[in-house]
Design a protein around this ligand. Structure first.
Ligand code: PPS
Length: 287
């Protein structure tokens, strides 16, 4: 059955969690607090991983909170119907998450001192991860083929809009003191160092043992075993666990197992064209 996406400002959103009202509220009425911390991503870029890292930093590496409370209750998706209720009722300082592009992020953010952590990932790995996720999550149209899915990704036609516009919109914040960006690839390469940098940005004083505990509990293996973040508790009408695993592979460069030479060449051409104005080098640009 075709999925009836929610449309907001020309962007498709999955219907199970979003409504026009919740998106409109998040954009226009949501009151950002100065001590809010936002985990912002384009889908499949490391959202749930960063949620775990931030939760563990908040609890100085002690895994109790992360192992007993669902990730979406620890760090609510404030632009969704359920997440909005939680976000409004949570005491400060709140940890919040979303996939919103910069131009529909809460307007009240601009005059606040709230912090944003933006995680981005090699878009070729994003599209592969997104393809498998769309097969198992019933709020997303079942992809007809990888070829078509890749085309839709490059044309900005997938739910949550264009990856290029998302990255460009958020990267305009680069250099602001309340904005921190990191890549999935940096997290993979040096999680300990990444957690140290995050603590510094957040003004959180963790000692090396605390940081090691964050690293250990936010590892792919630990997270896969933790029902509070591995999506196993999501209702089966939303996530069909027989069709795959949310924490699928957790590696870099899986795109090499999926892209044909022609797809890779098309991707590179469009990527160069769309990213040239940004004038930034990402880890995947060297590969
Ligand atoms: S979502 O649905 O947008 O919230 O998905 P998101 O959390 O952004 O991305 C899911 C991918 O992140 C991988 N992941 C991890 N990789 C390495 N280490 C850890 N700890 C980790 N946690 C999540 C997850 O496996 C998905 O990537 P793929 O490539 O599909 O495995």
């Amino acid at each position: 059955m075709p999925v009836q996406y929610v449309m907001y400002k020309g962007i498709k959103f999955p219907p199970a969690y979003n409504s026009e009202h919740s998106l409109n509220f998040a954009h226009n009425e949501f009151l950002v607090r100065d001590d809010d911390i936002f985990n912002v991503t384009y889908p499949k870029s490391g959202t749930v991983w960063m949620t775990e890292i931030l939760s563990l930093i908040r609890s100085h590496g002690h895994p109790g909170w992360s192992r007993t409370i669902l990730n979406s209750d620890r760090v609510p998706w404030f632009s969704t119907q359920l997440g909005l209720e939680s976000a409004l009722s949570y005491p400060s300082p709140r940890l919040l998450t979303c996939h919103l592009p910069r131009h529909i992020f809460p307007k009240s953010f601009s005059c606040s001192r709230a912090k944003v952590i933006y995680t981005l990932r090699d878009p070729r790995d994003v599209v592969v991860s997104y393809y498998y996720f769309s097969k198992m999550c019933n709020s997303y149209e079942d992809p007809t083929s990888f070829e078509q899915f890749l085309r839709d990704f490059l044309n900005g036609e997938l739910p949550h809009g264009s990856w290029f516009e998302h990255v460009q919109g958020w990267m305009e914040m680069k250099g602001r003191e309340n904005f921190f960006f990191i890549t999935y690839e940096e997290l993979k390469q040096d999680l300990q160092g990444s957690v140290r940098r995050l603590c510094q940005f957040l003004g959180q004083d963790l000692d090396e043992d605390d940081i090691s505990s964050v690293v250990q509990n936010a590892s792919f293996t630990s997270m896969r075993e933790n029902p509070m973040c591995n999506s196993i508790l999501l209702p089966s009408d939303i996530m069909d666990q027989t069709k795959g695993q949310f924490l699928r592979k957790g590696i870099c460069e899986d795109w090499k197992n999926h892209f044909t030479v022609a797809q890779s060449e098309t991707f590179d051409r469009i990527y160069q064209d769309r990213m040239q104005n940004l004038n930034m080098a990402f880890p995947w640009d060297r590969r």
